[in-house]
Ligand binder design. Sequence first.
Ligand code: RFL
Ligand code: PHB
Length: 389
Amino acid sequence: MRTQVVIIGAGPAGLLLGQLLARAGIETVILERASSEYVLGRVRAGVLEQGAVRLLDEAGAASRLHREGLPHDGFSLAFDGRDHRIDLFGLTGSRVTVYGQTEVTRDLMEARDAIGAVSIYEAANVQPQDFDGENPFVTYEKDGVTHRIDCDFIAGCDGFHGVSRKSVPQDAIREFERVYPFGWLGLLAEVPPVSHELIYANHPRGFALCSMRSATRSRYYVQCTLEDRVEAWSDDRFWDELRRRLPVAHAEALVTGPSFEKSIAPLRSFVAEPMRFGRLFLAGDAAHIVPPTGAKGLNLAASDVHYLSDALREFYTEKSMAGIDAYSARALARVWKAVRFSWSMTTMLHRFPDGGAFGQRIQEAELDYLIHSRAAATALAENYVGLPY
Ligand code: RFL
Ligand code: PHB
């Protein structure tokens, strides 16, 4: 088989890239290790920047998002027993949209099916090959048979644990990493959200986040230890812990109910440089990971895909390598700003086991500064709604 671009991974990065390239008349094949049901079953991000919404529009996959997505003009920082609103729209003229990653993925899968583009799910042992030269190809196994797809380019959109980054020789890549000494325990329940906006809480017992998927479905998180196991967290224990970490008015208003998803995610910052190796590109979580505190992971996948689809369109329509040569530097400039922001939100809001009394006072000073300085609040808001691209 031959195609123009092989995309490894059918997460939001791979699917969005496939749609944007299809709109430019560029043919792709997507190879995904898991089944489509498995991909749709992963509960992850919930907050979209306007740039990501614009790209989903361009991809022809945003009509349900416009109907069902929840526009949010602000969020709350809760500490010291009180709520402090960050007025995103008032400070920046921009807002975010709350719409689950699962729904984004579903919409993109349907858009891809509608144009009849090829996606191969349950593709085992996917291997990008010969991307140093002019004639790269990808091999994979399906139902016990080995296949080969020749192509012009390979897009590694296969997430943090994917094969693409691992296929690059070690001396060609540099990795930067920070692992945080805690995780997030997340829960989904069919109950109305405690507030119509998100609440990020800094509390002596640890961080908590109140988010949502709709007017009837809530997504909550509490900071947990790296040793914690989901099985040790009954719903009752989770709801009790969440209540303790919220201002009293929210704790009293919290509607609880049985969870239908509960999972623990460790927190990590990670960047691989560069993001292009000959004819292999990395995009999204394959190249970088941010802790979820700034709600940036999915949005960074979208901006990478914007730069990459532009570069490939330029190559095919203008026979120019300029965008391809610039891809890694353009993407990384935005990535590092989001990595910095996610690290600073994480540092400001969590209890660090080794933070000590000094760390505690620094957090308090930062939060106090934020709520009393319009400049500081604007800087936070500008990063949260997303830097331009
Ligand atoms: P994905 O979604 O991991 O998709 C990669 C796909 O590649 C497949 N794959 C392979 N396919 C073929 N061969 C192989 N060898 C393969 N290895 C892997 C995988 O099966 C998968 O389908 O990466 P992508 O597309 O780059 O998308 C990134 C986002 O998923 C991620 O950044 C966000 O979910 C992060 N994130 C958040 N981002 C936001 O922008 N806003 C948020 O509010 C937000 N909240 C979150 C989050 C992530 C979380 N967790 C669990 C990590 C909240 C949480 C709790
Ligand atoms: C979510 O709704 O899952 C969510 C929202 C905001 C974050 C992280 C996750 O910062």
